[in-house]
Design a protein around this ligand. Structure first.
Ligand code: MTE
Length: 325
């Protein structure tokens, strides 16, 4: 991703660390933590990254929401938790797993406010009990050209929305994430404007596929994946799925999101996955599925709305998707 206006160049797909390199790095971290290279070398950071591997179970039942169970093989958990974008913790794919152990996920509150009849500050424990947890297997397509398949645990954001009763002025929903310079080393850097803000139209936010996620792979979310609560919008590029959310605001005007502020010509408000609308600097027609990306693996064709067209296509009837990218 790029926000060159801010003097920072994000990697383009061709510059992303080759998999063999970061896998090697991970192996090295494991060895270090295991003491194989001598206890003196075992850093706390490496140990904490491994401690993150042991997380509380978050039981869930299989979701029956149409489209919530893709048949593609899920990405290995080790890949989904070590190849991340979470710029508050660094810009390298390995940084979040290495650095996010400092994130304090309890106590945690989520303030829901703005154009609603019943604004409320929810405590995390209250959210965990608000609606039955469902497991949903979604494709996640990053704007950079790679994708994963992740079994998330959570419930439809609509469950929360109906409890706060949006008013007629609620046209959009803004998601504000934690920006704590004490625990997030890159908050304060010029990579993006902080806090990381995302947004959806109200009808997108109440679509049953829009998930408020608390876990993945049957456990609570690892910090690097956006603990303790994040959004997952499977038909949009991954950056719409804001991590570590602290506030949800119902507003009348389209929110100014972090990526639109950083590079409006490259990242639009909608950011629906669309193989026919290229990024100004690369094609979006194909993708690299993490875990399949050996030198000889074929790229996969990217699907319209990431394959969720039957469920969400109607939301965009009549909208020029090349203008509203
Ligand atoms: N949320 C916050 N707060 N900060 C971020 O940098 N990165 C986004 C999104 N949510 C990001 C974020 C991007 S670019 C992607 S692709 C997904 O998180 C990655 O989610 P994953 O690491 O769980 O795969």
């Amino acid at each position: 991703m790029s926000s060159s206006e801010h003097g920072f160049q994000h990697p383009v797909p061709s510059e992303i660390t080759p998999r063999s390199v970061y896998e090697g790095r991970r192996h090295w971290l494991r060895q270090m933590a295991a003491g194989a290279l001598g206890p003196a070398l075992a850093s706390w950071a490496a140990r904490d990254a491994l401690a993150q591997d042991k997380l509380a179970a978050l039981p869930a039942t299989r979701s029956t929401v149409p489209g919530a169970q893709v048949m593609d093989k899920p990405t290995a958990r080790a890949d989904a938790t070590s190849y991340n974008n979470f710029y508050e913790f660094g810009t390298d794919k390995a940084d979040p797993a290495r650095n996010a152990h400092t994130l304090k996920t309890r106590p945690w509150t989520l303030a829901v406010e703005g154009a609603v009849k019943k604004p409320k500050v929810f405590d995390l424990d209250e959210l965990l009990r608000l609606s039955p947890m469902e497991e949903r297997i979604y494709r996640l397509r990053c704007v950079e050209g790679w994708s994963m398949v992740i079994p998330w645990v959570g419930w439809s954001l609509a469950e929360l929305i109906k409890r706060v009763e949006p008013t007629g002025n609620a046209k959009y929903v803004e998601f504000v994430t934690l920006a704590d310079p004490k625990t997030m080393p890159y908050v304060g850097s010029r990579v993006l404007e902080w806090p990381y803000v995302e947004g959806l139209r109200l009808d997108e936010a109440i679509h049953p596929l829009t998930l408020l996620a608390f876990g993945m792979y049957g456990e609570v979310l690892p910090n690097q994946n956006g603990a303790p609560v994040r959004l997952v919008v499977p038909w949009k590029y991954g950056f719409k799925s804001a991590k570590s959310i602290v506030k949800i605001r119902f507003v009348e005007q389209q929110p100014r999101t972090a990526w639109v502020k950083a590079a409006p010509q490259e990242y639009g408000f909608y950011s629906n996955v669309n193989p026919k609308v290229d990024h100004p600097r690369w094609s979006q027609a194909t993708e690299r599925r993490i875990g399949e990306d050996s030198l000889f693996a074929k790229k996969r064709p990217t699907l319209m709305f990431n394959g969720y067209e039957p469920q969400v296509g109607q939301l965009y009837a009549g909208l020029d998707l090349s203008k509203h990218f």
